[in-house]
Design a protein around this ligand. Structure first.
Ligand SMILES: Nc1ncnc2c1ncn2[C@@H]1O[C@H](COP(=O)(O)OP(=O)(O)O)[C@@H](O)[C@H]1O
Ligand SMILES: [Mg+2]
Length: 234
């Protein structure tokens, strides 16, 4: 089966400083992959490069076998990548409903039907439709950001530290949602995660990144305590 996402020898830089130094990654269909690594190794930059928010200076990125390396960000979203950036990035002065509508207006009628599914996954959003995004708790904002990305029914959902600063009960709901999306829509999910217990319990596979490239990857069962201590513990 064709991989949902492939990165081959991807390099990327901010101005003069090279950050990604030949990133290789494969995400098979219907698979949850955790991208792990210490602070500053380039995890967020990898996700931004997948989205086209940072330009790949060389290498190739493909989505379901189609090259997207030079595609504009909005076209990557249309092609099937849903992205929830680190720190959630909702519109704080807009209501929950208006935040969701941003996606609805871009993607039209069919995504309206998906609203009901989002409310089933995250019922609190329905209760809070008229509240301003900025007054929601961190966990509720994360649910809103994920919910909004789901309205486009992506084939690949990309989440940057979805559990960061969120209370345990909501982390459980996010875990359930991720597993449900994989099971129900055959979605693949790429998440950057510092919270290893969460990464281990949702993921099928992992990559460990160090200084702008993948150090290793494998089945999540093969992520041993020794690897964690050697490559991930601060
Ligand atoms: N906008 C930016 N301009 C310049 N350097 C940046 C920018 N964003 C991140 N960096 C640098 O790129 C490196 C990788 O950052 P990042 O991808 O955010 O790492 P991670 O997500 O793994 O913590 C770090 O050294 C960071 O300081
Ligand atoms: Mg980061």
């Amino acid at each position: 089966m064709t991989n949902v996402l492939e990165m081959k020898a991807v390099m990327a830089a901010y101005d003069q400083s090279v950050i990604l130094r030949g990133v290789e990654m494969e995400i098979p269909p219907n698979t949850i992959v955790s991208l792990l690594g210490r602070n500053g190794v380039g995890k967020t930059t990898t996700l931004k490069t997948i989205m086209g928010l940072v330009k790949a200076t060389s290498g190739e990125i493909s989505l379901s076998g189609e090259p997207i390396t030079d595609m504009k960000t909005e076209n990557r979203a249309r092609a099937g990548i849903g992205y929830v950036p680190q720190g959630r990035d909702i519109f704080p002065t807009m209501t929950v409903w208006e935040n969701l509508k941003v996606s609805l207006s871009i993607y039209g009628k069919e995504s309206e039907e998906r609203l009901d599914e989002v409310f089933e996954l995250f019922p609190v959003l329905k209760e809070m439709l008229k509240r301003k995004g900025g007054v929601l708790s961190g966990g509720q904002q994360q649910q809103l950001a994920i919910g909004r990305a789901l309205l486009t029914r992506p084939k690949l959902l990309v989440l940057d530290e979805p559990t960061e600063g969120i209370q345990p009960s909501i982390i459980d709901q996010i875990e359930d949602a991720i597993l449900y999306l994989k099971k129900t829509y055959d979605m693949s999910i790429l998440l950057v995660e510092q919270y290893l217990d969460f990464a281990k319990s949702v993921s099928d596979r992992f990559y460990i990144m160090d200084r702008g490239a993948m150090l290793m990857g494998g089945q999540i069962e093969d992520l041993t305590e020794e690897l964690i201590t050697r490559h991930l513990t601060v």
